[in-house]
Design a protein around this ligand. Structure first.
Ligand code: FAD
Ligand code: NAD
Length: 467
């Protein structure tokens, strides 16, 4: 007889594994099916974690090469040991994927390694590595199969010269030159990694600016900073094709109506991701997807049009971010348990882990402007922040947008050192529907980077102290 569970999750990424753990905490019997041999999904295996491990390592390398001198530390010739750097990254990944396996055991979650396929009401087939099939049954099935690189028809991935982020996390050698198609999260993060390690990186972006969804002023500051760091960035450049020539890759593109050509050892295509539903059996059981984006359509309970089948994370609408997937997972199972949990998508923060980092929450200035409401802006530069001076990391600014009448914080955009950590305070304030005055009245430790957030809040009321 088939094993029967209260909740069966397909996909063990941050959406799926967090949903599984929360369901187990709520007393449900839970199983999770994952086709990869390790748990943690894109995020832990080939996404957030390995990319951040390389960003941190390459940042230290760049610091050792050109920044430590300023602190009076002379280290002599700095040598890159790429295999050791990659091995460290792999160890970080392993420690965290093993950690999820431990949490599954601790929470008594049955873990199936194999590919899950919907078989109709309450039934899922799991196909293992040797094609053996197991049938599982569940009251609730949660689809959490994530996303995959979107790619471009003109530049099909070949896994070696034209690659996705997955291969760009493990280049065996630093390419002399790397062409990056797409000036979004992946292009700028992995472009930064390889530029710091010595590659000549050229980013080709289709739009007139990098990070097209983010606050324009902040994106422009990052753009100028990356140019200073040695990346070449070609905006308004539409890639039309690619081919090999003399051992190199040649990428053809159009820029302002003219044909242009770029040469590099490798091409990283990072033009977005699309939901991954291959082999899941969606159409067989009638689960509806959005025709244009391919995302699974769900209601406020994360339930699809087929009763008992739910979907979360990158598979459904919203930003394709790990922390958003986690929130979906928790809300989905808490709602199954009768709780009224809601995800506040408008306060999901986003971070681009370049150096300096870009972190945002809420509306961009462009969005506030187009909403037609009156607003005020408070800005404070890190040059005037004592801790940033101590660190010798004074590039960047905190920008707070607040409603002119109510002073409610509408959006915060930070370009600066450790912006990824600073944004948490702003998310908290926005979650509590707080005002710029609220941030301005909170005592912040001195000397910390967070004082720049407070000063930006004071600047909304035209009363910043230290500038
Ligand atoms: P996924 O993490 O994609 O997990 C889905 C899982 O389902 C996978 O393990 C897959 O193998 C499995 N699966 C698929 N089909 C089946 C099936 N039929 N049967 C069984 N298993 C199946 N986000 C951030 O918030 N911060 C970051 O810093 C960040 N960095 C990133 C860097 C890179 C290079 C990439 C590619 C992504 C990054 N992301 C980041 C995005 C983040 O990884 C995703 O938003 C997140 O992983 C989505 O979680 P998920 O659970 O929806 O899906
Ligand atoms: P992206 O959506 O962030 O950026 C894609 C970029 O490619 C955009 O700027 C777009 O204008 C450009 N583009 C699209 N078509 C193009 C073309 N034909 N030629 C040139 N440029 C083109 O996508 P991504 O960088 O591939 O990342 C995928 C997703 O993964 C992100 O949207 C994000 O959700 C997630 N991610 C998050 C992080 C993070 O949180 N730090 C890091 C990496 C990835």
């Amino acid at each position: 007889m088939a094993e029967r569970y209260d909740v069966l999750v397909i996909g063990a990424g941050p959406g799926g594994y967090v949903a599984a753990i929360r369901a187990a905490q709520l007393g449900m019997s839970v199983a999770c099916i994952e086709k990869r041999a390790t748990l943690g999904g894109t995020c832990l295996n080939i996404g957030c974690i390995p990319s951040k491990a390389l960003l941190d390592s390459s940042e230290l390398y760049a610091q050792a090469k050109s920044h430590l001198d300023k602190h009076g530390i002379h280290v002599g010739p700095v040598r890159l040991d790429l295999p050791a750097m990659l091995a460290r990254k792999d160890r970080v990944v392993k420690s965290l994927t093993d950690g999820v396996a431990f949490l599954f055991k601790k929470n008594k979650i049955a873990s199936y390694i194999g590919t899950g396929r919907l078989m109709g009401e309450g039934k899922v087939a799991v196909t293992g590595a040797n094609a053996e099939e197991t049938i599982l049954e569940a009251r609730h099935i949660i689809l959490a199969t994530g996303s995959e690189p979107a790619g471009l028809p003109a530049l099909p991935f070949d896994g070696s010269a034209i690659v996705s982020s997955t291969e760009a996390l493990s280049f065996e050698r630093v390419p002399q030159s790397l062409i990056v198609v797409g000036g979004g999260y992946i292009g700028l993060e992995l472009g930064s990694v390889w530029a710091r390690l010595g590659a000549k990186v050229t980013v080709l972006e289709f739009m007139p600016r990098i990070l097209p969804q983010s606050d324009g002023e902040i994106a422009n500051l990052l753009y100028r900073s990356l140019l200073k760091q040695g990346l070449a960035i070609q905006l308004q450049t539409k890639v039309t094709g690619a081919g090999a020539q003399g051992g190199q890759m040649v990428v053809d593109a159009q820029h302002e109506g003219k044909d242009v050509r770029f040469q590099g050892d490798k091409v990283l295509v990072a033009v977005g991701r699309r939901p991954f539903t291959k082999g899941l059996g969606l159409s067989e059981v009638g689960v509806q997807t959005d025709e244009r984006s391919g995302r699974v359509l769900v209601d406020e309970n994360f339930e699809t049009n087929v009763k008992g089948i739910f979907a979360i994370g990158d598979l459904i609408e919203g930003p394709m971010l790990a922390h958003k997937a986690e929130e979906d997972g928790i809300a989905c199972v808490e709602r199954l348990a009768g709780m009224k949990t809601q995800v506040h998508y408008e306060t999901v923060p986003s971070v681009v882990y370049t150096w300096p980092e870009v972190a945002s929450v809420g509306l961009t200035e462009e969005q506030v402007q187009s909403s037609g409401r009156d607003y005020r802006v408070g800005k404070f530069p890190f040059t005037a922040n004592p801790r940033a001076r101590c660190m010798d990391e004074t590039e960047g600014v905190v920008k707070i947008l607040a409603d002119a009448q109510t002073d409610r914080v509408l959006g915060v955009h930070i370009f600066g050192p450790r912006a990824s950590e600073l944004i948490a305070e702003c998310v908290t304030v926005m979650e509590f529907a707080g005002s710029a005055e609220d941030i301005a009245r909170i005592c912040h430790s001195h000397p910390t980077l967070s004082e720049a957030v407070r000063e930006a809040a004071l600047a909304v009321g035209r009363r910043a102290i230290h500038i």
